[in-house]
Design a protein around this ligand. Structure first.
Ligand SMILES: Cc1cc2nc3c(=O)[nH]c(=O)nc-3n(C[C@H](O)[C@H](O)[C@H](O)COP(=O)(O)OP(=O)(O)OC[C@H]3O[C@@H](n4cnc5c(N)ncnc54)[C@H](O)[C@@H]3O)c2cc1C
Length: 446
């Protein structure tokens, strides 16, 4: 319902933009440009691509704004994926826009393409800035390909993305200075000002003011570190009035530890035990330069928390019976959601895939949860590379799932683990006729 309403609002915005654009070009002082010669058409479509590009940029910002009203409906990982798709579609619009306008204006003025480009740069207000902005946007998008291919550091990509804000300011100036659709129509101009102000407001509120508000309200502090395995450390967090902090089991928080060597990077981690109003816990695997520093954190370190985020919670499913599949460090949100599900009298089977017993996190906690669950929790560890393990050995594949979970058709599934494992688990579940609407997953990638 909320999804449909949000899509309807989006559609209305596109209709407004196309509507204003259409009416301006149909009633153009030089005649209807939508049915006119190729010059008029090229100018008209060039302007539409510019308008849609400006709208796309605002959508990019909204998608990564971390606004709870958006995120609560779609989940942050889906919003992040939509952000990537819109970003790449935007490149097309950003390329088409200047080409069509330069072609149209050069033909109108009877000069060549390059001469027209020179004229734009020299004599048209803010066109040079817009070109610079366009280059910055294309570079930022291009770098995203390299980050996906793991050819550049995540942080390099992240900080290069900050140039997008400069690009947007340049695009805004250009739009207001030379966009005839605006200069000619007061209402359309007001509409765009409202649009920009709305997105800027959501962004500033969600990304900056909310974490600060929570920080001053709760004063989050690291109280204890617990080594779970050689590579995994739990960070216990306490604060003031934590019972009023709206965190749920399975959600994640983007944390910035305010200590030397840590404060300039914020990273997402899932809540790994049921929030009890007194303490929060993150459990972190050492995978890269930031996470390797975690065991060196000191108790008393203040933390800025952006979140809680995510919809990977017990509220995703109302089924009495649940299958949970965790792989490696993907156990963190699964463990906290499992605790909530059991305390709500649901029946849970947890298949927990790991390399070997040394990498098994929360063994003692899961045993304790099983013992107090009155048979409602069954944990089945599966080791992919541990010949001495007496239990299930190998991968979490189709055969194993159907053998270990005979009542699979009655269960909703919660899934979290490394990307390869999640992909193959999804495939197995699909082959076992579990509809995707019954599979809830959390990807450790934004
Ligand atoms: C929703 C979510 C929940 C997560 N929960 C946990 C958890 O409970 N426990 C755990 O150990 N790990 C969790 N992660 C993964 C964790 O965020 C990364 O392992 C960590 O950020 C890696 O940082 P690094 O600098 O040590 O490693 P790097 O080698 O720099 O990064 C490894 C990969 O982690 C991702 N990454 C790096 N920095 C960031 C960042 N600032 N923001 C987003 N992604 C980044 C990138 O995909 C990168 O390729 C979660 C990730 C997400 C998205």
């Amino acid at each position: 319902m909320k999804k449909a309403a949000l899509f309807a609002i989006l559609l209305v915005q596109i209709l407004i933009i196309v509507g204003f654009w259409g009416s301006y070009h149909v009633h153009h002082m030089m005649g209807n440009q939508l049915t006119g010669d190729w010059i008029g058409q090229s100018l008209a479509w060039g302007r539409l691509s510019g308008l849609l590009a400006a709208f796309g940029i605002l959508m990019l910002l909204l998608l990564i704004s971390r606004a709870t009203w958006l995120e609560g409906v779609f989940g942050m990982d889906r919003l992040a994926r939509a952000h990537h798709i819109v970003g790449f579609a935007l490149i097309l619009l950003l390329v088409i826009h200047p080409i069509l306008l330069t072609l149209g204006h050069s033909a109108q003025a009877g000069i060549g393409y390059l001469a027209q480009t020179r004229d734009f740069v020299k004599n048209w207000e803010d066109v040079f800035g817009a070109m610079l902005g366009m280059d910055l946007i294309i570079i930022a998008m291009g770098l995203s390909v390299f980050v996906v291919l793991k050819k550049i550091r995540y942080e390099t990509w992240y900080y290069s993305h900050l140039f997008l804000y400069v690009a947007i300011a340049l695009a805004f100036g250009h739009q207001i200075a030379v966009g005839s659709d605006f200069t000619e129509n007061r209402y359309f101009r007001i509409y765009w000002f409202v649009l920009y102000a709305f997105v800027a407001g959501v962004l500033v509120y969600s990304r900056f003011l909310t974490p600060l508000k929570y920080y001053f309200r709760h004063r989050f502090t690291v109280t204890r570190l617990v080594a779970e395995t050689n590579e995994v450390t739990s960070v216990c967090i306490e604060g003031i009035n934590l019972d009023q902090f709206p965190a749920r089991a399975g959600q994640f928080m983007i944390v910035r530890f305010l200590a030397k060597g840590f404060w300039f990077e914020a990273h997402p981690f899932s809540i790994s035990c049921l929030p009890d109003g007194k303490q929060l816990r993150l459990t972190i695997k050492q995978l890269g330069d930031f996470t390797r520093k975690i065991p060196g954190l000191r108790s008393g370190t203040p933390i800025l928390i952006d979140g809680p985020h995510g919809i990977f919670t017990a509220a995703q499913s109302h089924s009495k019976k649940i299958l949970m599949i965790a792989g490696g460090i993907g156990i963190t949100p699964i463990r906290s959601v499992a605790e909530e599900l059991i305390s709500a009298s649901r029946n849970v089977i947890l298949i927990y895939g790991n390399r070997d017993t040394h990498s098994l996190v929360f063994k003692a906690e899961l045993d304790a949860l099983t013992a107090k669950s009155d048979g409602r929790l069954k944990v089945i560890p599966v080791m992919s590379d541990d010949p001495a393990w007496p239990g299930e050995k190998g991968r979490v594949d189709r055969e194993r799932i159907s053998r270990l979970v005979p009542d699979l058709s009655e269960r909703d599934v919660f899934l979290c683990g490394p990307p390869v494992m999640m992909k193959s688990a999804r495939k197995s579940l699909a082959e076992l006729n579990v509809p995707s609407s019954r599979i809830h997953d959390e990807r450790f990638a934004l």
